[in-house]
Design a protein around this ligand. Sequence first.
Ligand code: SAM
Length: 215
Amino acid sequence: HNDACEYPPHPGKMNWSVLYPGLTDPVVRFLDVGCGFGGLTVALSALFPDKIILALEIRAKVCEFVRLRIEEMRKEASPRARNAAVLKTNAMKYLPHFFRKGQLQKIFFCFPDPHFKTKNHRRRIVSERLLTEYAYLLQEGGILYAITDVEELHQWHVAKLSEHLSFERVPEETLAGDVTVTAITRETEESKKVERAGGRKYWCVFRRRPDAVVI
Ligand code: SAM
């Protein structure tokens, strides 16, 4: 794809009111990384009306589709999705240009590209290096969600996150009935496709650990 992305020199230079017209000082709290056609972001905007949600997508045409989808929702008689927006960017390169340390409360990786071959594993969006970046951007106690239909990729997610000192797994049994887990398993376009094909979905949830205080 066309990887030319615009990004601010630092988060203070980003004009968020262009993306969230009518909202004063919007601060992004939820990040839908590789949003595809935007089903999760749209669902989250209704589930969490007081949160600012941002979808990231690298493909310009897909990004434009989501932008128009949100624009239409905002024009309805009772406007929806005013707290949701989409941005075209490469999430593997520019996140610290957009967000401050500890700003995010939830970050989502729904059905990321699997990059099956070993030589392409370095392109995976969950990796040791990038997890350090996500940990920097998440507030303490913030939550990372990852879902895939590729069992091997799921095992990779669990391994990389479990090995990382800044994350701890949230036990599955404490997540029964969690609306956010229901959203990642049912509301993304990819999750619906897997559902129709009768495929399995594997997900995991990890919490950003507090930083140790060294005196
Ligand atoms: N999350 C959506 C869903 O569950 O329906 C889309 C899943 S799709 C298989 C993966 C998406 O991630 C694609 O739309 C792709 O363009 C996007 N993507 C891949 N690498 C990306 C990157 N580095 N930054 C932003 N988006 C990326």
